[in-house]
Design a protein around this ligand. Sequence first.
Ligand code: DHB
Length: 292
Amino acid sequence: MCLETSVGPLKMKNPLMLASGVLDMTRGSMERFREAGAIVTKSVGMGERKGYGNPSVVELEHGLLNAMGLPNPGVDEYLKEIEGIDVQKIVGSIFGKDEHEFARVAKKIEVAVDAIEMNMSCPHAGSYGAGFPTDKISDAVSAVKESVNIPVFVKLGMENIGRRARAAEEGGADAIVAINTVRAMSIDIETAVPILSNKVGGYSGPAIKPIGVRCVYELSEEVDIPIIGVGGITTAEDVIEYMMAGASAVQIGTGVYYRGEKIFEEISKELREWLEAHEYGRIKDVIGAARA
Ligand code: DHB
């Protein structure tokens, strides 16, 4: 049973990628994910950022709520950390306040990564992420495309995703990553205080899976570039569902919290069994199967 897939020019031994922000800030923790087709590193910017105070993550009934605040050591320290890393493929997630910053960070990491993921969807970091203006997306993506010669993916959240994805495609993006966490909050009713120090955060996990599947399905009509599905995947069946909606690959983040680092090895095995039982020869044949 062949699990190989590709996202534009990026070829992977299986469609399972570690999503950005999960155990991916040190080389040691990243190398625990050698079974993943690729890993996406925690978003980096030009300079160091401390991030928000604690609590920055809380487990809710159907997922995790987090607001870390884009903590990262800055691009130069990041490059030292990943030097010589032993994983299948490495995708560098980057953020920037404008096209110039995005292009500078992309250029710096190009030598060390296999692809770039532009984070345009952190749901609570002002003009970074989801606040990045839709009318500037196309220029930012073309600036990054002009500064590097590796594939460039654009990660978008559920809000306004159709227009933002078309803008990314216009700028020359090689793929769309959909979706990010969903803007959300939780309040401790005994103290009447929001739980996260940032008050608002991003919700991930099983609760958001149907939203992600819907976005991937609709996007596959809206754009002609490949889509990487992400949001609430914890089982092989979830992977199949995203791929039937039109995803060429998927990312898993919160699923690692529920099933541990072995999730990639386990889901690969479960995928092979599922494909065999359902008489699919290759995972690639599942892509878009639910589309009319
Ligand atoms: C953070 C959260 C996100 O969902 C994201 O895309 C980027 C950063 C964070 O809080 O650091």
